[in-house]
Structure formats: structure tokens, C-alpha cells
Design a protein around this ligand. Structure first.
Ligand code: AMP
Length: 116
């Protein structure tokens, strides 16, 4: 089933898009958790990290290259940033269309807060 990201990719609903080509679309997160918070999304609908296959290897590598380019454009590359993919319930995934979060622009602290 399609998510809101499919409509953003198709331009059917507005977004703050920062990059698009034939493979991926990148736009600013509507609820940013850091000064830079961009989502890099494959145009093809892959629901979760569990659904990637060997056929997606080039696409997944391209997402990484686009993330690196956007980090440079945002001038967060030298200080550093974080790339995150959430999967399913325990991973905290909210939108079931695979996406890479690019977060930076401030110290992001520890990766996880330990909870027992
Ligand atoms: P995740 O929890 O990894 O599935 O992340 C989903 C992200 O999508 C969240 O950070 C949301 O703030 C973001 N989001 C949801 N709807 C929109 C939207 N219409 N435009 C931009 N970002 C969105």
C-alpha cells in the first residue's frame, strides 16, 4: 500500500524537496530533529529494510552517495552527521516506504538512550 512519500515523490503533495533524480527523492523532514533533517527516499516503493534484495544494491548505494552530496551542500560534512534507517515497530518506523534520515547541524549525542 502506498504511503504519503509516494505522493511527495510524484509531486502530488507539497514538500521541501532538495534533490530528485530517476532513482531517489530527498526532502526535508516535516518535523526536524536537528538543524538539518533530510529524508532520502527511493522512488521505487520498498516498504522496509526487510524488503531489500540483491537487486536493490545499486539503488541503496546511490542513496548513500546522495546523502553524502547533501551533507556537503548543507555544510555538515566536516563536523559530521548521522544516517539512520528505522525498520518496523522496534526500530520506530512510522512511514512504511524505506528512507534514509540525514541528521546534522549540531552535536547529536549518544546514538541511543539506554532503557531497560
Ligand atoms: P520513520 O520513523 O523512520 O518512519 O520516519 C518517518 C519520518 O517522516 C518522520 O521523521 C516524520 O517526521 C517524517 N514525515 C512524515 N510525513 C512527512 C511529510 N509529509 N513530509 C516530510 N516528512 C514527513
Amino acid at each position: 500500500m502506498s504511503t504519503i512519500f509516494a505522493k511527495i515523490i510524484a509531486g502530488e503533495i507539497p514538500s521541501d524537496m532538495v534533490f530528485q533524480d530517476d532513482q531517489v527523492t530527498a526532502f526535508r523532514d516535516i518535523s526536524p530533529q536537528a538543524p538539518t533533517h533530510i529524508l532520502i527516499v527511493p522512488n521505487r516503493e520498498i516498504p522496509t529494510a526487510n524488503d531489500v534484495s540483491a537487486a536493490d544494491e545499486q539503488l541503496l548505494g546511490h542513496m548513500f552517495v546522495v546523502a553524502r552530496q547533501l551533507a556537503a551542500e548543507e555544510e555538515i560534512d566536516a563536523n559530521g552527521y548521522r544516517l539512520i534507517i528505522n525498520c518496523n515497530e522496534h526500530g520506530g518506523q512510522e512511514v512504511y516506504h524505506l528512507h534514509l534520515h540525514l541528521l546534522g547541524g549540531r552535536p547529536l549525542g549518544p546514538m541511543l538512550t539506554r532503557r531497560t
